[in-house]
Design a protein around this ligand. Structure first.
Ligand code: AP5
Ligand code: ZN
Length: 217
């Protein structure tokens, strides 16, 4: 399956993508995680991305699209992928359409995770992620690690993302509404959007997502 996940910061895209990718046996491709890996490896791309991310702005399309394209062309993504955080504006969606068209493949669904803004703030304030792999995501109350500050998956140190300050989250939400939400209408015009609520226990949301995707088969 080829699926795009969309939703505001803190909607649970990363949390759900890890689970859905395992069930659907496709790679989870998160542009946010790819940027964070570049930042921790101190690459040129990481240095560039960090300045935009810390301000809550989008990283320029040119570098983002090239990075996403490169990842989608890896052998493990040949038979499908779950995109998390890409595309994030209409020009990225158009670039993705072009890329898929040249390869003669299509998206099957765009899964839209809905969550009220006050919940976003609570989720992001308590989020802790792993230094070794930013796909290892926890929450100080909702998804507690067994040992405080330590990743259950790999034993790595948990920390709070630099862009999770209240001010930056507010900016990210603004950017989501102005730049990312329009892609929902773009994909509605293609009949691809499935909307689910992201409220409730993580397992329940996963169940809802799998049900909704099944109906799209
Ligand atoms: P990115 O990393 O994509 O961040 P985001 O979209 O803001 O989303 P988040 O990672 O904040 O939230 P999430 O929805 O994944 O929630 P999570 O599962 O962690 O992007 C970061 C930055 O990179 C951007 O601002 C931009 O600068 C740049 N960037 C990335 N892609 C780009 C692109 N395509 N173009 C340009 N720039 C780009 O969950 C949040 C918390 O809630 C966790 O603690 C989790 O444990 C908890 N939680 C999850 N589900 C539940 C539940 N059901 N109940 C209770 N708690 C829950
Ligand atoms: Zn870890």
């Amino acid at each position: 399956m080829r699926i795009v996940l969309v939703g505001p910061p803190g909607a649970g895209k990363g949390t759900q993508a890890t689970r859905l990718a395992a069930t659907l046996r496709v790679p989870h491709i998160s542009t946010g995680d790819l940027f964070r890996a570049n930042i921790s490896q101190q690459t040129e791309l990481g240095k560039l991305a960090k300045s935009y991310m810390d301000a809550g702005n989008l990283v320029p399309d040119e570098v983002t699209i090239a990075m996403a394209k490169d990842r989608m062309e890896q052998p493990d993504a040949e038979n499908g992928f779950l995109l998390d955080g890409f595309p994030r504006n209409v020009s990225q969606a158009e670039a993705l359409d072009e890329l898929l068209k040249t390869e003669g493949i299509k998206l099957e669904a765009v899964l839209d995770l809905e969550v009220p803004e006050e919940e976003v703030v609570k989720r992001i304030a308590g989020r802790r992620i792993c230094r070794n792999d930013s796909a290892h995501v926890f929450h100080v109350t909702y998804s507690k690690p067994k040992q405080e500050g330590v990743c259950d998956v790999c034993g790595g140190e948990l920390y709070q993302r630099d862009d999770d300050s209240e001010e930056t989250v507010r900016k990210r939400l603004e950017v989501y509404h102005s730049q990312t939400e329009p892609i929902i209408d773009y994909y509605k015009a293609q009949g691809l959007v499935v909307t689910i609520s992201s409220l409730g226990p993580v397992d329940e949301v996963t169940r809802r997502a799998l049900e909704a995707l099944k109906r799209e088969d």
